[in-house]
Design a protein around this ligand. Sequence first.
Ligand SMILES: CC(C)(COP(=O)(O)OP(=O)(O)OC[C@H]1O[C@@H](n2cnc3c(N)ncnc32)[C@H](O)[C@@H]1OP(=O)(O)O)[C@@H](O)C(=O)NCCC(=O)NCCS
Length: 218
Amino acid sequence: MSKPVVLLGHGDHALVLRALIRAQGRDLVGVLTPDLPAGSLWQGVPVLGGDEWLDHPQARAHDFALGLGRMPGQPPLRQQVFAKLRARGLATPPWIHPAAWVDPSARLADGVQIMAGAVVQVAAVLAENVLINTGAQVDHHGQIGAHVHVAPGAVLCGSVQLGEGVFVGAGAVLIQGITVGAGAEIAAGATIYRSVPPGVRWIPGRAPIGLSQHETGV
Ligand SMILES: CC(C)(COP(=O)(O)OP(=O)(O)OC[C@H]1O[C@@H](n2cnc3c(N)ncnc32)[C@H](O)[C@@H]1OP(=O)(O)O)[C@@H](O)C(=O)NCCC(=O)NCCS
């Protein structure tokens, strides 16, 4: 029998994950957030407390789902909270919406999230805490580094490699074999036909903008 689920966060991404957990028929028993009072309800789900609850003796009896998204320019909170789960050895299984397609040969590490309508093709490898958002596509042999966010509707053609912490904006298209360096951010709607160096914000028709380690989290 599967464990009851605890969700971290109470924003928009948490709402989408709550829907995923429901669609899986799993039992969502609590939410962790420092921003709402313990004992209150969020979307009908009890708020258990903040991150300190991760040290609760009952924590190990649960599966955890990380309900924090990550947008360009935001601090890498998603990485930091995931690290707290890892440090405590708490269970963060992959979360796959029933309306996504993940080929059985794909390899998904802990905490990977595949949202509704997304496709992960043959021999793709997704490292921990990767988020493949609604309707995005990772084609065959894609190699996706830890903590990457592929935003809704983006298309990664075959054998694309993304370094740790990369953000791919909504609807961007990366042609086959492209490499994107760690921490880079690709603008929504961009067409990427050459590899992108690490740690830059890439907007079509503009010189790449350097990002600090504080911004990229890697
Ligand atoms: C790339 C991005 C991070 C740039 O944000 P920013 O640094 O705040 O940039 P600004 O909005 O100040 O825009 C700077 C310039 O780049 C242009 N620009 C911004 N985003 C662009 C895009 N996606 N494509 C083409 N040009 C873009 C702006 O028009 C502006 O041009 P101007 O100086 O001539 O007026 C942002 O526009 C973006 O694409 N974010 C991703 C959104 C997304 O995918 N959301 C999904 C969430 S799940």
